[in-house]
Design a protein around this ligand. Structure first.
Ligand code: ADE
Ligand code: ZN
Length: 321
């Protein structure tokens, strides 16, 4: 089996309906039944409704041990699909919404990474993210917490959320603070925002990767720049189809971006919400885009080379491919 590596997955978005129910039961919290469909899967209608459902599911992660469990559970699922490395987005804002401190949030995730490594040998690292639609001042606060409390597993900074809200330049103070402290960054751009959003992100934020970036395919000049600068794309085909950006995997520009010379990676984004997994993303790339085993391995190599973890860990993981 091809070894896999993932760079774009939202930890709070990895919780399965079963895990959400389990945490709600053990914490004695009441769940909004509207977040589930009759078949038990998450219920949402479009991208913006997904973000609301995601927030409600994330609000069931109440304690440090919940974060440990969510992290462990996700990494265990990945390891069973032959993933060797996962760089996961964590959201201190979502933790703060339920009254959890930045330190407890990270301690819980760290314990989950350690438990998964001990049992499965899989490695994990954290990218602390801000949420674009929560605004620039909250983003700056997350960045300030980030630089004030360096953590060995926290390797970078990122931004998710609704690209239609605010402008990338509004978040430059947060991103520059983190960059000046010596860290690499990534931002969601070119998902629902189109090529203009990618352009604005590259012009205003010190990012070394793009979350999605898929809609660079719509602008030849931008695409050429992304290829020339070797800016890795965190592509999430299953997510893009689930949220209605493309009608099918056949219509998704993954292969076109790869053939254009982009540094492409495969990612699951919010797997239980989008009925996908890192394993399924690789399987579909083989089946639908006709990728050979060596091409799939190169995608894993792309992910490891583009990771924000240290070089020693990269070398160790690259040797496993
Ligand atoms: N937060 C969680 N999933 C996201 C996505 N696909 N796009 C933007 N923000 C997100
Ligand atoms: Zn995402």
């Amino acid at each position: 089996m091809v070894k896999k590596a993932e760079l774009h997955v939202h930890l709070e978005g990895t919780t399965t309906p079963a895990l959400v129910r389990k945490m709600a039961a053990r914490n004695g919290t009441t769940l909004d039944p509207a977040i589930f469909k009759s078949d038990g899967e998450f219920a949402w209608t479009d991208f913006w409704d997904f973000l609301k459902c995601y927030d409600k599911a994330a609000a069931t992660i109440l304690t440090k041990d919940d974060y440990r469990l969510v992290t462990y559970d996700y990494l265990a699922r990945c390891a069973r699909e032959d993933a060797i490395y996962v760089e996961m987005f964590s959201s201190p804002d979502h933790a703060a919404e339920v009254g959890m401190s930045y330190a407890d949030h990270l301690e819980g995730i760290t314990a989950g990474i350690d438990d998964a490594r001990a049992e499965y040998g899989i490695e994990g690292r954290i990218i602390v993210t801000c949420v674009r639609h929560f605004g620039a001042s909250r983003a700056l606060k997350v960045a300030q917490q980030f630089v004030a409390a360096p953590h060995p597993y926290v390797v970078g900074f990122g931004m998710g959320g609704d690209e239609a809200q605010f402008n990338p330049e509004d978040f430059a103070p947060a991103f520059n603070l983190v960059r000046d402290a010596g860290y690499q960054t990534t931002t969601h751009a070119g998902e629902f925002g189109g090529p203009v959003s990618i352009r604005a992100s590259l012009d205003n934020l010190p990012v070394s990767r793009l979350g999605h970036g898929v809609r660079a395919i719509e602008d030849t000049t931008l695409l050429e720049e992304i290829v020339d600068r070797r800016i890795p794309l965190e592509l999430c085909p299953g997510s893009n189809i689930a949220t209605g950006l493309y009608d099918s995997r056949e219509q998704h520009p993954f292969k076109a971006l790869m053939d254009a010379g982009c540094v492409v990676t495969l990612n699951s984004d919010d797997p239980p919400f989008f009925a996908t997994s890192i394993g399924q993303e690789y399987d579909c790339a083989a089946r639908i885009y006709g990728l050979t085993e060596e091409e799939l391995k190169n995608i894993t190599r792309n992910a490891l080379h583009s990771g924000f973890c240290d070089d020693a860990l990269k070398e160790e993981l690259l040797a496993k491919i």
